[in-house]
Ligand binder design. Structure first.
Ligand SMILES: Cc1cc2nc3c(=O)[nH]c(=O)nc-3n(C[C@H](O)[C@H](O)[C@H](O)COP(=O)(O)OP(=O)(O)OC[C@H]3O[C@@H](n4cnc5c(N)ncnc54)[C@H](O)[C@@H]3O)c2cc1C
Length: 394
């Protein structure tokens, strides 16, 4: 554990955000220590891994779109460097087409075959049409398709799918592979990962100077401390337990199905009478079906109602899903903020930096987050940092 006063960044939280920050800092030669009782098991474990800024755009979230597009651009190099640093072989399974401009990073199941957003009912088609017009106005590369054209791309779609919208530049990745690779890369670089919960921030006067560790549950007394000259708070939905950040948990239930033959060749999202669902195919035959959005505090129970809704809607779009084996069901907590944008940068308290509040897009936004914290935003992108400035809520 670093000695008091060592020039170390202490990263609190080892989800996709904290581990990415730790890895990029370590790569740039900065000593770091990660503190997390269960790295990689937070929201990042539940996430579908869509890198889909275009198909996820909503009428009120144009700033988020800018962040997402900038981060997606970084993903190919980020993934290629991570795979190399983690010692993953280039042809490790699985991945099919990493797409134009994308490094073929099969080990992380990074794929860029686009997202197909489909509509089921007449009302859904109308809503999709309005969204398409908005996307076209923003100059986003999308293609309107008839129901027949959708089925030509994805033959397993239901005959009742009425039309769709293809976002050919969207991508996706397997977040579980990403966090595992980040942990390997950190280990290979000798970065300490302290498997304990930070119970509070330590202060020297006004300055945050490390974290106190909660003792293991079996022990009484103190669990020790980790000192550093900066603390990066990356504890996802739990960040507000350590500092005054406007971050709340937003529950998402999601399931993984196992498919002997791939049912889909790209991400399919859909609205079924106003209720939305997505299906993400993995290279190893898994099909991820997600996700609910629930304001339930820190509850992570998987409920019959949540799974029913997902399967009901997924079956309307792709009837074959009901034949598949259920491999895994899980509920994760997205770190939501009042404006759905993350908090990245100095907190206002000396020694404390935020990398939290990534809500629905932490996997997508991980590369951009690291670039912001390392001051690596060239040209026009430097404006993006202001969108994420923690001071906007004070
Ligand atoms: C169902 C679902 C689907 C999603 N799909 C997508 C998607 O397709 N694309 C996308 O980009 N995003 C998606 N997300 C959102 C994404 O998962 C999150 O934005 C992202 O995981 C946030 O990463 P994080 O590292 O901030 O948080 P987390 O992954 O939650 O990690 C936080 C870490 O902090 C640790 N921690 C907590 N408290 C402490 C403490 N006191 N001391 C030390 N460590 C602590 C936890 O153990 C955990 O490991 C989805 C989320 C859910 C729930």
């Amino acid at each position: 554990m670093p000695a008091k006063g060592a020039h170390v960044d202490v990263i609190v939280g080892g989800g996709v955000v904290g581990l990415s920050v730790a890895w990029r800092m370590a790569r740039s030669g900065r000593p770091v220590t990660v503190v997390d009782p269960a790295p990689g098991r937070g929201a990042s474990y539940a996430a579908a891994g869509m890198l889909a800024p275009v198909s996820e755009v909503t009428f009120t979230e144009a700033p988020l779109l800018r962040l997402g597009v900038a981060s997606l651009r970084r993903w190919p190099a980020f993934a290629a460097e991570l795979a190399a640093d983690a010692g993953l072989t280039p042809d490790a399974p699985p991945g099919q087409n990493a797409g134009p401009g994308f490094a073929d990073v099969r080990a992380l199941d990074l794929r860029a075959d686009g997202t197909l957003d489909v509509a089921f009912g007449a009302d859904d088609l109308e809503a999709l049409g309005e969204l398409a017009a908005y996307m076209e106005k923003l100059g986003l590369p999308v293609e309107r398709l008839t129901g027949r054209e959708c089925r030509r791309l994805e033959p397993m779609l239901a005959p009742s799918v009425r039309g769709g919208l293809l976002a050919p530049g969207d991508a996706w990745v397997d977040p579980r592979r990403v966090t595992a690779a980040l942990l390997s890369a950190l280990e290979r670089r000798g970065v300490p990962v302290v498997r304990a919960r930070a119970s509070e921030l330590l202060r020297d006067g006004d300055r945050v100077s490390g974290v106190r560790l909660a003792p293991p549950e079996s022990e009484d007394g103190t669990g020790g401390e980790v000192r550093g000259d900066r603390v990066v708070l990356a504890a996802g939905a739990w960040s507000s337990g350590l500092a005054e950040v406007p971050v709340r948990p937003v529950k998402g239930q999601i399931m993984r199905l196992r498919s002997p033959q791939p049912l889909l060749s790209r991400c399919v999202r859909g609205a079924v009478h106003g209720s939305s669902v997505y299906l993400v195919p993995r290279g190893d035959g898994e099909l991820v079906v997600g996700a609910t959005q629930e304001e339930m505090g820190f509850d992570t129970k998987v409920t019959a109602g949540g799974l029913y809704e997902l399967l009901r809607d997924a079956r309307e779009l792709v009837p074959g899903v009901t034949e598949l084996e259920v491999a895994d069901v899980v509920a994760g907590l997205r770190p939501g903020t009042p404006d759905n944008l993350p908090l990245i940068g100095p907190s206002g308290t000396p020694g404390l930096v935020y990398a939290t509040g990534h809500h629905r897009g932490g996997v997508l936004l991980a590369p951009l987050t690291t670039a912001m914290l390392l001051g690596d935003l060239p040209g026009e992108e430097s404006e993006l940092a202001a969108l994420c400035a923690p001071g906007r809520f004070s």
